[in-house]
Design a protein around this ligand. Structure first.
Ligand SMILES: [Cu+2]
Length: 131
């Protein structure tokens, strides 16, 4: 009677060990989460940049290649959005002089980072990133 009882305990033990081993790997993998990169956001087909209080808002646009950005001047002062050749941009662009309420749409074809400024107020700087 003693020997059969020992055998029963051993079988029960190994069965529970199998169950634990089975559940282990899957649970660990399921709890892992990846944090998405949120620095520049998803690329969009079109965007609007408001020029207000001597600043471009938003100051960074991430655009799909072939997409367009529309600049609208909300200030009393005239502004432009244009880039320079010195920074080695993929392409030059220039909205020209925009007075209050005026807007200009520019289409971007070549991928790259376009850092631009206002020719009247050089401290006004912003970026269009084309992917
Ligand atoms: Cu300006």
């Amino acid at each position: 009677m003693t020997s059969s009882r020992i055998a029963f305990v051993v079988i029960g033990c190994s069965a529970s060990m199998l169950a634990v081993g089975c559940g282990d790997g899957g649970d660990v993998a399921a709890t892992q989460t990846s944090s998405p990169a949120s620095s520049s956001g998803p690329a969009v087909q079109s965007a609007t940049v408001n020029i207000a209080s001597f600043a471009f808002a938003p100051d960074t646009i991430t655009l799909k290649a072939g997409g367009s950005v529309t600049w609208i001047n909300r200030d009393k002062a005239p502004h432009t959005a244009e880039n320079t050749a010195e920074e080695g941009p993929p392409e030059r662009f220039d909205t020209g002089r925009l007075t209050r309420g005026q807007q200009k749409r520019i289409t971007f074809v070549r991928p790259g980072t376009y850092t631009y400024y206002c020719v009247y107020h050089r401290f006004m700087e912003a970026n269009v990133i084309v992917r």
